[in-house]
Write a protein that binds this ligand. Structure first.
Ligand code: RP5
Length: 165
């Protein structure tokens, strides 16, 4: 079974990443969740990344804040796709993380997601869509997720209409 790895630079990132973990679980995607830092644990990070493919990892989701080098370092040590999630930390609110993650030099790709609550969920859904290209059962679950989301928005619209009279 294909797996993804969700790496974060600190456990202080986890609460904001949990919706992404929830989306992966809802879609039945196995996920290894680890705290591994490009700066604080560079050795264990590289060791983990270099052994990931043989354990069935197919994509990395990498979340970090501030001088966010996690996704870039992972992409430098692996040929697997890397999805970067910039964390919206104080004092700069995530612009620092966004630029550190997105502005990679040519040759070392990191697909970077948005700052804020959409980022972790969208990274999870993007990972699901990539894996679904070669997994028809997952493709059905991805389609069902999108339909359920549309239905939930329609219900919200109906509630708003009745509230407005
Ligand atoms: C980054 O530094 C982490 O990803 C986190 O967003 C930030 C702060 O980490 P802590 O000081 O809270 O451990 O590497």
């Amino acid at each position: 079974m294909s797996k993804v790895a969700l790496l974060m630079g600190s456990d202080s990132d986890f609460d904001r990443l949990e919706p992404g973990v929830k989306a992966l679980r809802e879609l039945g995607i196995e996920c290894e969740v680890r705290v591994l830092s490009a700066h604080r644990t560079p050795g264990p990070l590289v060791e983990y990344v270099e052994r990931a493919r043989e354990r069935g990892i197919r994509l990395f989701l990498c979340a970090a804040g501030g001088a966010a080098h996690l996704a870039g370092v992972v992409a430098a040590h692996s040929d697997l796709p890397v999805l970067g999630i910039p964390m919206d930390n104080p004092p700069l609110g995530g612009l620092d993380s966004l630029l550190s993650t997105v502005q990679m030099p040519g040759g070392v790709p990191v697909a970077t997601f948005g700052v804020g609550s959409g980022g972790p969920v969208n990274a999870a859904l993007f990972a699901a869509r990539v894996l679904a290209l070669s997994d028809p059962e997952l493709a059905k679950r991805v389609a069902a997720y999108r339909s359920a989301q549309a239905e939930s928005v329609s219900k919200k619209d109906a509630r708003l209409q009745s509230r407005l009279g």
